[in-house]
Design a binder for this molecule. Structure first.
Ligand code: URA
Length: 208
């Protein structure tokens, strides 16, 4: 039988989690934040220094760019849910190891199951690997829709990559417009849980 999901229980388990060594170096867990009933869920890599200090996802320089990117397609941060592949800051902002991502993936799946987004935007190579599996290259996968259990998933560049290499912004803008078009195309009211499309199955959207 499908287990009943609850945000309180999920946040408690994230807070208590010691499944991988990243927990040892984390000041605060960063579960992600935003509209728990959002049509659009964004998934990044993992918390940086500022996120670790505040316990909030995407509040540093990359987060400021992300805010502007969302605004460019008529969305406020409060309209979407923003999460990361891992909930604890990797030391020196290194890329999370595959085992660390694997340890954190059940939390991401559970979040997707609770939110039941219609669209998931994967920000960068780490989110791409965590959600759609290793072996895909962000430069080839970006801008290509994948559908999993009724959820549309689009990889794009990570905002930090856009800060490092502004020539990527044109492609990222195309990707954002695809998200905007998809949200306009889909019914603005999400189906009720269990009504098919994005039901509990959406909890598997984040599965490789
Ligand atoms: N980069 C990420 O991937 N996530 C954050 O929360 C901040 C920076």
């Amino acid at each position: 039988m499908e287990r009943l999901l609850s945000w309180d229980s999920l946040l408690e388990r994230i807070d208590a989690c010691r499944q991988c060594p990243l927990a040892d170096g984390a000041t605060r867990k960063v579960p992600g934040q935003g509209d728990r009933d959002a049509r659009l869920m964004l998934i990044g890599e993992g918390p940086g220094a500022e996120e670790d200090r505040q316990g909030l996802a995407f509040v540093g320089a990359a987060g400021q760019l992300l805010t502007r990117m969302l605004e460019a397609i008529g969305l406020r941060r409060e309209d979407v849910f923003i999460a990361n592949a891992v909930k604890c800051r990797p030391p020196q902002n290194r890329v999370p190891a595959p085992e660390e991502m694997a340890a954190c993936l059940p939390f991401l799946r559970e979040q997707a199951g609770l939110i039941r987004p219609q669209v998931i935007l994967l920000l960068g190579a780490t989110a791409l690997a965590a959600v759609l599996g290793p072996g895909l290259h962000i430069t080839r996968a970006r801008g290509q829709w994948t559908q999993r259990k009724g959820v549309y998933i689009l990889p794009t560049y990570h905002p930090a990559a856009l800060l490092r290499d502004p020539s990527k912004k044109r492609d990222a803008w195309e990707d954002l417009k695809m998200v905007q078009d998809k949200l306009n195309e889909l019914p603005s009211a999400k189906p009720e849980p269990g009504a098919g499309g994005s039901g509990p199955g959406a909890s598997q959207a984040a599965r490789a």
